[in-house]
Design a protein around this ligand. Structure first.
Ligand code: FES
Length: 262
């Protein structure tokens, strides 16, 4: 009974289980969890692990949609389970089904091997490459330059877009929406001195021209980012990269100057 005397509403949580050391294929275990207004899917998993089956395995860290470690495939969609209320994902049968991110090797239960995700990320040199002539004061960007980044800097590298991408499902050589979004961020950053080199790197058949514009990455992103638009921008810039590089060198000379925003 709840504190007001009513019966608690129970939800069936189906968790995909798989231990590659002993199981031939994945299967589901079902658990009953009480539905409360503030309970997230991650809370439900904690409850299952602490009170029902300690062997259920999943990743999480921050619990505040910042670290990106808790992305999972819930009722047919990649989401962050730490900021998704359990009540929002109950299907018509009163069930919430949790699987690991698709298209990635399963290490155990809901934990996937993200090696290919990080390898592709490294491939785009995600760090800033600044001028050797670093200004004495802070670098200044105009509000238009910040707006052009389209909030790409808020990506938390959760892997939701990567594992929702149909091209990744077929071809792990594809750089992927997460890494191309980071390349976009660096190419458009006026402090970066290697936009032409970056555009040459991503402007091949495993890069921006491999994207099929299916938009799954946009649907999956828990931060409402737009990797497809970023890829489209990189495609256009890749075709005029020398002119873009020249404009960047001009812009670099003004980095220490006040910016007049229009
Ligand atoms: Fe960090 Fe969910 S636990 S994003």
């Amino acid at each position: 009974m709840t504190t007001n005397g009513s019966r608690p509403r129970m939800v069936t949580v189906r968790v995909q289980r798989f231990n590659p050391d002993v199981d031939e294929k994945p299967y589901f275990d079902e658990f009953q969890v009480e539905l409360t207004p503030a309970k997230t899917i991650l809370d439900a998993l904690h409850e299952i692990k602490t009170a029902q089956d300690g062997s259920v395995t999943y990743r999480r860290s921050c619990r505040h949609a910042i670290c990106g470690s808790c992305a999972m495939y819930v009722n047919g969609k990649n989401i962050l389970v730490c900021n998704t209320p359990l009540r929002d994902k109950i299907d018509e049968e009163g069930t919430v089904t949790i699987r690991p991110l698709p298209y990635l090797p399963i290490i155990k239960d809901l934990v996937v091997d993200r090696s290919s995700f990080w390898e592709q990320y490294e491939r785009v040199k995600p760090w800033l490459i600044p001028s050797a002539d670093v200004p004495e004061k802070e670098f200044r960007m105009s509000s238009e330059e910040v707006a052009a980044l389209n909030k790409a800097e808020t990506c938390i590298m959760c892997g939701a877009c990567y594992s929702a991408c149909q091209v990744i499902a077929m071809n792990k050589r594809y750089v992927g929406p997460h890494a191309l979004l980071k390349a976009f961020l660096r190419v458009l950053d006026p402090r970066d001195m290697a936009p032409s080199e970056r555009l040459a790197d991503v402007g091949d058949q495993d890069g921006v021209f491999r994207c099929h514009t299916i938009f799954n990455c946009i649907d999956a992103c828990p931060k409402d980012l737009d990797p497809t638009k970023a890829i489209e921008t990189l495609r256009k810039l890749a075709q005029k990269r020398q002119a873009f590089e020249a404009a960047r060198r001009d812009r670099q000379r003004m980095l220490n100057e006040p910016i007049a925003s229009s």
